[in-house]
Design a protein around this ligand. Structure first.
Ligand SMILES: *Cc1c(COP(=O)(O)O)cnc(C)c1O
Length: 339
């Protein structure tokens, strides 16, 4: 690197990147500071202007981008980066283009929705997690390379195993001995097949949109991020309070949001403990509340057997939990602030 007058290597990805990006840069020994987390727009997609600005900053320090990473389905909200624009930019600066499609990759099986991932075909490498939307058991993460020879950039051999010419992937991967997870992926592709996966993907997205409609129509809930794929986020926030909050400035809103956060956390915990229905929970910035992270319910519609009645029951149970004393006390505090 010194010969090339290069002071380091960096990976560029949006702030919404999965935490495994940090693991990867640790493993590569590039230094956490060289994982450049680029700002996003209000819809959690990488902001191209900020990306260019980060790139200029790197050039000034003689740090070269090793890879530009686009996300096809962020873990928290299922948003997709503008992959076509990222592919253009990677070509422009001459750097490896990786797409993290761990979650969203199988969307490609859907004739209706595959266009959402336009640009992914230009990636040099793509991650897909078969244990997510290919519905096989845990631990079937994959990385696909456009150029199969790229794999030989890293190759390890031993005299007792993985001899030259061996087809064992252990010569290229971090793990040496590995279980035969490929069998499960093969079985899924053979049994569920392209049409089956298309059905699962289409149903999930349709169901998520339906749930988003139900939340929008419900007088007690606020949709925080609408589903682009089959993930959406929302919270308990009755219509009357939403109307009041829309009139408040950001400082006043910031007195109410932490109380709503406590309600979200409390409801999610109690719902999980009761064991009848379940949604997950996270904290995020959103278009509605761009200046503060808020707690939200995160719902992933991946089970084709989930019906409208089940979704209605989830909301109903959440409303019932809000009526419990501890949660009502939090609502009282909010009412005092807005009185
Ligand atoms: C799940 C996921 C990963 C990988 O996580 P694993 O726990 O190793 O499967 C990477 N990126 C995204 C966007 C993910 O959703």
């Amino acid at each position: 690197m010194q010969h090339l007058n290069c002071n380091g290597l960096a990976i560029l990805v949006s702030r919404r990147a999965h935490y495994s990006m940090g693991k990867a840069i640790d493993l590569l020994g590039l230094g956490r500071n060289n994982l450049i987390l680029v700002d996003t727009d209000v819809d959690s997609r990488i902001d191209m202007q900020s990306l260019r600005a980060e790139y200029v900053k790197l050039c000034e320090q003689n740090i070269r981008p090793l890879a530009l990473v686009g996300i096809a389905g962020t873990t928290e909200t299922g948003h997709i980066d503008p992959l076509e624009e990222l592919a253009d930019f990677a070509a422009e600066i001459g750097c490896h283009f990786h797409v993290d499609a761990a979650w969203g990759g199988p969307t490609l099986f859907s004739d209706t929705h595959s266009h959402l991932l336009k640009g992914i075909e230009r990636a040099d490498s793509v991650t897909i997690d078969a244990h997510k939307q290919l519905y096989v058991p845990m631990g079937a993460g994959m990385v696909l390379f456009k150029d199969p020879n790229a794999l030989s950039a890293i190759e390890h051999h031993a005299n007792y195993i993985l001899r030259h010419g061996s087809k064992d992937l252990g010569s290229h991967t971090l793990e040496g001995s590995r279980p035969g997870m490929a069998m499960l992926v093969h079985a899924g592709l053979s049994i569920i097949g392209r049409k089956g996966y298309e059905l699962l993907i289409d149903l999930g997205i349709e169901r998520a949109r339906q749930f988003a409609d139900m939340i929008n129509r419900h007088q007690n809930f606020e949709l925080i991020t609408a589903p682009e794929l089959n993930i959406l986020t929302y919270r308990y926030n009755p219509d009357w309070l939403q109307k009041i909050m829309a009139q408040l400035d950001s400082e006043q809103r910031q007195k109410i949001n932490p109380l709503l956060d406590l309600i979200t956390q409390e409801v999610q915990k109690r719902q999980r403990e009761a064991g009848k229905t379940f949604v997950s929970r996270t904290r995020l910035y959103s278009a509605l509340y761009p200046d503060i992270q808020i707690s939200v319910f995160r719902s992933v519609l991946a089970n084709p057997l989930t019906t409208e009645e089940i979704l209605a029951a989830v909301l109903e149970e959440q409303c019932a939990i809000v009526k419990e004393t501890e949660v009502q006390n939090l609502m009282q505090e909010i009412k005092q602030i807005t009185a």
